[in-house]
Design a binder for this molecule. Structure first.
Ligand code: ZN
Length: 288
């Protein structure tokens, strides 16, 4: 079996998530027997990534529709100070725009060179690079932010090693993003449904674009960051509605109304129970 993206264990088996057909191939989601991470197999190759992250990806998901969570969460504001900030996987630049008042030198890194060029044209006062150029930076940044990035990486360890190297000693790492396999009511119910579908037809294949290649939980993601030599400073877990309707009036069908009610109840419970929810805000510090 394939190595777990987080702990490198080979003890994985197929999870209850359906198989995905994309770019002429079939991908499975395996679950690690050691740390419980759910991850894609086989890994996406360069050709898959080029199709997934063509320029229209950011138009579709960011430039034309704003995410429903704050670009610069309250937790992070407390750790901004004059210095330099890199947004690794900066998308449409919304996090950098939100941080513009903090008096920091702002840098953005993106995978697609066309997007880097577009961003540099839009924001000439900031500096944009492609992610592979991060190798050239050592102890260069006071803060590095990864917003909705980790879940897209088939090789998160080398990416985090580059981030670690690029941070100044004692520099801060901000991470925000989904914990799609973390405990909360919606996940539990959706899991039952997916298990049932898998039992009926184990080889079911759906057509989809596998943007998210790993589904983490609180425990395995924090352990992964510790192994990458980041010391936890503070973290919060909250629950967002995504991918279900956020408002009653957005729920048109009976199915969507049920989803809305389930998510509303689930969010209420997660706001009371520590550790439950589907989105992580993390502040860590570079350890030696
Ligand atoms: Zn693992």
């Amino acid at each position: 079996m394939a190595d777990c993206f987080f702990c490198r264990s080979k003890s994985s088996g197929e999870s209850y998530y359906p198989r995905v057909s994309f770019n002429g191939k079939v991908f499975r989601y395996l679950k690690c027997g050691e740390c419980g991470l759910v991850f894609i197999s086989p890994s996406l190759d360069e050709r898959d990534l080029a199709v997934l992250y063509a320029l229209d990806y950011h138009d579709e998901f960011y430039f034309k529709s704003a995410p429903d969570h704050p670009a610069l969460p309250r937790l992070f504001r407390r750790f901004l100070q004059p210095g330099s900030l890199l947004d690794y996987g900066c998308g449409d630049g919304s996090f950098l725009r939100s941080a513009a008042g903090a008096g920091m030198q702002l840098y953005g890194a993106e995978y697609n060179p066309g997007l880097v060029e577009k961003l540099q044209g839009l924001y000439p006062q900031m500096r944009f690079i492609t992610v592979d150029r991060l190798r050239d930076y050592e102890s260069a940044f006071d803060v590095i932010h990864l917003g909705d990035v980790l879940e897209h990486l088939c090789e998160p360890s080398p990416a985090l090693a580059n981030v670690h190297r690029a941070l100044k000693p004692g520099g801060f790492l901000f991470i925000q993003g989904p914990l799609e396999h973390n405990f909360h009511l919606t996940w539990l119910l959706f899991g039952f449904y997916l298990r049932f579908r898998k039992a009926l037809r184990p080889s079911r294949i759906i057509e989809a674009r596998p943007f998210h290649v790993l589904y983490a939980n609180r425990k395995n993601q924090l352990a992964f960051l510790r192994r990458a030599n980041f010391e936890l400073v503070q973290h919060e877990i909250v629950e967002w509605n995504w991918p279900f309707p956020a408002r009653w009036k957005e729920a048109d069908t009976l199915k969507q109304k049920l989803q809305y009610c389930t998510v509303a109840l689930s969010r209420t419970i997660s706001s009371i129970v520590p550790g439950w929810g589907n989105r992580l805000y993390y502040v860590g510090r570079k350890a030696d």
